[in-house]
Design a protein around this ligand. Structure first.
Ligand code: FAD
Length: 288
């Protein structure tokens, strides 16, 4: 199929207008459209009415505010890649955005759309899980906050309900100098989805790991997190040996499936290698 089924179109003029429209049956948010439109062409999605939120400039910001990095859902991938505030505190964002798709997709695809698409291979889902972000979901009766680690219910399914939209993602900003982060991805070609990818965030007290965040994508990790590896690292010295052990634990506990991108054992091998590299680079940045 190359042509979507018949669909109505509404352009939201404010967040309140968007929420009113989304409260009606069969209405669906249209952000960058890079995922939704192809799914409509394939008839995997058939909304009755598209609610275009691209005019809502009030959702298109990235700023530091009160010890948090706040990213509006309509900020584009390219905005995140350009943001000195985001990259300065969290190099993991710039690492990841350099390898998300291609410049055309990055110019129009949104951060909110990436999370809401809930594709099991989405890069930013792993990144936001690693940095322990919080999603702010807006409905007609106000906002509710959900940890990103609880945001995805499964493939292509999130906790955003009918009549709601993802408004913002908040990331607590760590004290400078003691935290480092990095993202490592293997894809078959430039601009492609991950065969596997790993993101790491380390918070250090001297050489001891106070807190670790490890996000994985495309390998069936529950909520995009390597929780057992994080547990292992907490309280341990930041050594190469501990990184390798944590990476092995991450590889053992994820659930990759064989597909056109490779067999299961190759993906587990990638998880171990990429997790080690991400941890190594994160600690180098934390101690630089
Ligand atoms: C060729 C190509 C290559 C790609 N490669 C990669 C890659 O390497 N890595 C990667 O991670 N991604 C990749 N992507 C995916 C891309 O980054 C995201 O799919 C895209 O940015 C999704 O954002 P969007 O704004 O286009 O969302 P849309 O397509 O507009 O929407 C996606 C879904 O989210 C919902 N939605 C959107 N915004 C909101 C909101 N604020 N609140 C509630 N629901 C919302 C929509 O209703 C829809 O269900 C690729 C896409 C393409 C087309």
């Amino acid at each position: 199929m190359q042509v979507p089924a018949h669909v109505e179109y509404e352009r939201a003029t404010s967040v309140e207008h968007a929420l009113t429209l989304l409260g009606r049956p069969d209405h669906r948010v249209l952000a960058g459209g890079h995922s939704l439109i192809p799914m409509m062409k394939l008839r995997l999605a058939q909304p009755g009415v598209l609610v275009d939120i691209n005019g809502l400039a009030e959702l298109g910001y990235i700023r530091l505010d009160g010890g948090q990095l706040r990213i509006g859902a309509l900020a584009r991938h390219a905005d995140l890649l350009d943001s000195a505030a985001a990259g300065g505190h969290f190099p993991i964002f710039h690492d990841a955005e350099r390898v998300v798709a291609d410049p055309i997709v990055r110019l129009w695809g949104t951060i909110g759309g990436s999370l809401c698409q809930a594709d099991p291979s989405e890069d930013l889902s792993a990144v936001f899980a690693a940095v322990r972000a919080t999603a702010v979901i807006r409905g007609q009766h106000g906002d509710r906050e959900v940890p990103v680690r609880e945001f995805h219910l499964g493939p292509y399914e999130t906790v955003v309900g009918p009549g709601e939209l993802l408004a913002e993602i908040r990331v607590p900003v760590p004290a400078r100098g003691r935290t480092g982060s990095a993202y490592e991805k293997v894809a078959r070609r430039v601009g492609d989805w991950s065969v596997a990818a790993a993101g790491a965030v380390l918070q250090l007290d001297q050489q001891t790991i106070e807190q670790a965040g490890i996000g994985l994508t495309a390998v069936g990790a529950e909520h995009f997190v390597a929780a057992e590896a994080e547990d292992f690292l907490r309280g341990q010295p930041a050594t190469e040996q501990n990184f390798k052990t944590a990476a092995r634990i991450a590889a053992e506990h994820c659930h990759p499936v064989a597909d056109q991108r490779g067999p299961e054992d190759y993906k587990r091998h990638l998880v171990a290698e990429l997790t080690t590299r991400a941890l190594r680079r994160a600690v180098a940045r934390a101690t630089a």
